[in-house]
Ligand binder design. Structure first.
Ligand code: ADP
Length: 481
C-alpha cells in the first residue's frame, strides 16, 4: 500500500513528546512490511537550526487562507536508516518560530494556530496531488492534521483523485483538541454550514479534533485501554459522546518503540553500553548520571528517574503532595521536564530543599533523557491518564523498573512481573508502590529478575505495525472488526 503520514512532529526532525517518537518510527515498521510510506510535516525553523539538510522538491502548494493566497515551498529529507521520504512544508510566516505550538513569551498557544495548521493540512493535500502520489491511506495524527480528513470529506469530496484513499486519524491524547474562537473559522476555508454541533462546533468554539473524529474513516488511539477510557465521561475530555458515536470505527493499537534509538547495547548517548548479558555496566551509567546532575555518588541508594511534560496529566501534583515523605526515604530522584510554569517553579524550589538527593532539570534535553533511562534504577510515572506512554517501554529495555499508575497504556504494558502498579490516583497509593519497589530493590536476586524480565520483552513496532497494516487493509475493504 501507499501510505502517507501527516503529522506536526516526527523524530528526529522535531518532537515535543510521544507523537514525534511514533511518527518517526511507525513508518519504519510499515516499510519493513513492504509498504511504500512517506511523511509530511511543517518545516519549523528549528529543523534547519538543528543542522538537518533538506533539498527543495520544486513543489509550491497554494492555498487560499481567509481570501489571501498563501504559497508554501516543499523540501525533502530521508527518515534516517530508511527509504522513507519526509516532505516539509515551508511557510516562514507560520513555522519560523522558536517553538512548535506555544509562544514562549506568553506561555500560551500561538494565536494563529488555527491558520497555521489548517494551511498545513491543505498544503499537504495540494502537494500530494501535484506529486501524483495516489495514496491508499492517509494517516493523520492529533488535531494538527485532523483537518485533512475533514477537507477530504468536504472541499475535496467530488475530487476523484482521492476517491480510493482511506483516512485514518490517530488520537495520541484527547486532552489536546485544537480549540479556537469561532472568529477563526474563516482560516479553515470551510463552508459556514459545517460550523454546527454535529461537526466542527463545540460549545461556541471550533474543535478541530472533533471534526477529525467525525470525518475520518477510521479512528485509532494508542492503547486498547485508552480507546475504551476515552468513550467515558471521565477520560473523554468532553468528546466521549462523539467518540462513542464513532465507537465501531475506533480501535486501540499499542505503540511500539524504536530500538535503533532506544537500546542500551547500542545507544550513542549513554557513556557505557550494557544489556541483559552484561548488566553490570548500568552501575557505571548510574554513577555518571549522579555526577552529571549533582547527586551524591552512592551505588547502594535506589535512584528514581522521571521524564516528561510537566502537565496535570502526568501526576506531578501527587509527587508534590508526598514530597517530604518521599524524601524521608533513602532514595534519590532525578527529574527532567518542561511545561507548566507553576510546576517548574514548585519542583525547583522543592529540589533546593534536598540538594544532593534530588535533581530537577527544566527543559527538553534528549541527551539527558537517555542518560536518565540508563542511569536510574526505577522509573516513576504516576499519570492521571496516559494514552500509551513511551518512557515505561524505554525503561523496560534499559533495565529500569517502572512504577506506574494503572491507567491507559501503562495498564496495558506493565505487569507485576516487570514493574509496580498502583490503582487509585492518590499520593498515598503512589508512595506505597514506591515503597514496595524500594523493598524489592533490597533483594538483589528479586531485583535482577525484574530487570531481566523487562529487558527480555519486545516492544518493537513489528507487532503493532502489522496491526495497523491489517486494519488499513480491512477498512479499505469495508470490513469492520
Ligand atoms: P507524551 O507524548 O504525553 O508527552 P510519552 O511518554 O508518550 O508522553 O512520550 C514522551 C516522549 O518525549 C518520550 O520520548 C520522552 O522521553 C520525551 N520527553 C518528554 N519530556 C522530555 C524532556 N523534558 N526532555 C527530553 N525528552 C522528553
Amino acid at each position: 500500500m501507499k501510505i502517507i503520514f501527516v503529522s506536526s512532529e516526527a523524530a528526529p526532525f522535531a518532537r515535543t513528546g510521544g507523537l514525534g517518537d511514533v511518527v518517526g518510527s511507525l513508518p519504519k515498521g510499515l516499510e519493513k512490511l513492504g509498504h511504500k510510506v512517506s511523511v509530511f510535516m511543517p518545516l519549523y525553523g528549528r529543523i534547519r537550526r538543528d543542522g538537518f539538510k533538506l533539498s527543495p522538491t520544486g513543489g509550491r502548494p497554494s492555498v487560499s487562507v481567509d481570501n489571501r493566497l498563501v504559497t508554501g515551498i516543499v523540501h525533502t529529507a530521508q527518515l534516517p536508516d530508511t527509504n522513507i521520504p519526509v516532505y516539509f512544508i515551508e511557510k516562514n510566516e507560520y513555522y519560523e518560530r522558536e517553538e512548535l505550538y506555544i509562544d514562549p513569551s506568553t506561555g500560551k498557544d500561538y494565536i494563529d494556530n488555527c491558520a497555521r495548521f489548517s494551511f498545513f493540512s491543505r498544503a499537504v493535500l495540494e502537494t500530494i496531488k501535484s506529486m501524483g502520489i495516489r495514496p491508499d491511506v492517509i494517516h493523520c495524527n492529533d488535531w494538527q492534521s485532523a483537518m485533512v480528513p475533514t477537507y477530504l470529506k468536504s472541499l475535496y469530496k467530488d475530487d476523484d483523485y482521492f476517491k480510493n484513499t482511506l483516512t485514518v486519524l490517530t488520537i495520541h491524547n484527547v486532552g489536546y483538541q485544537g480549540l479556537f474562537p469561532k472568529e477563526d473559522f474563516r482560516f479553515t476555508g470551510m463552508d459556514a454550514g459545517y460550523y454546527n454541533w454535529k461537526q466542527m462546533e463545540y460549545y461556541g468554539k471550533i474543535n478541530l479534533l472533533k471534526a477529525g473524529i467525525v470525518f475520518s474513516d477510521i479512528i485509532t488511539t494508542v492503547s486498547k485501554k485508552y480507546s475504551e477510557e476515552i468513550q467515558t465521561e471521565e477520560f473523554g475530555a468532553g468528546l466521549s459522546g462523539v467518540l462513542k458515536e464513532r465507537g465501531r470505527d475506533l480501535y486501540g493499537i499499542i505503540n511500539g518503540i524504536d530500538y535503533s534509538v532506544w537500546n542500551p547495547e547500542t545507544d550513542k548517548l549513554i557513556p557505557f553500553k550494557y544489556g541483559p548479558n552484561n548488566p553490570e555496566k548500568k552501575k557505571q551509567c548510574k554513577n555518571h548520571l549522579q555526577k552529571k546532575v549533582g547527586l551524591a555518588g552512592r551505588e547502594d541508594v535506589p535512584l528514581i528517574g522521571m521524564i516528561g511534560r510537566l502537565a496535570a496529566q502526568k501526576g506531578i501534583d501527587l509527587l508534590v503532595e508526598c514530597w517530604d515523605k518521599l524524601m524521608k526515604l533513602d532514595v534519590q530522584l532525578v527529574l527532567l521536564g518542561a511545561g507548566d510554569k507553576e510546576y517548574q517553579e514548585v519542583l525547583k524550589s522543592l529540589a533546593n530543599k534536598y540538594s544532593g538527593k534530588v535533581s530537577v532539570s527544566i527543559g527538553f534535553d534528549n541527551q539527558l533523557s537517555h542518560e536518565i533511562e540508563a542511569g536510574s534504577d526505577m522509573f516513576l510515572m504516576p499519570s492521571r491518564y496516559e494514552p500509551c506512554g513511551l518512557n515505561q517501554l524505554y525503561s523496560l529495555k534499559y533495565g529500569t523498573v517502572p512504577v506506574v499508575r494503572k491507567t491507559g497504556g501503562l495498564a496495558d504494558t506493565i505487569t507485576p512481573s516487570v514493574g509496580f502498579l498502583f490503582e487509585s490516583y492518590s499520593s498515598e497509593e503512589m508512595l506505597k508502590a514506591v515503597q514496595k519497589a524500594l523493598e524489592a530493590y533490597k533483594d538483589k536476586a528479586r531485583w535482577s529478575k525484574l530487570m531481566r524480565a523487562g529487558m527480555a520483552q519486545d516492544w518493537s513496532w513489528d507487532k503493532s505495525a502489522k496491526m495497523y497494516a491489517e486494519l488499513y487493509q480491512d477498512a479499505r475493504k469495508g470490513i469492520r472488526r
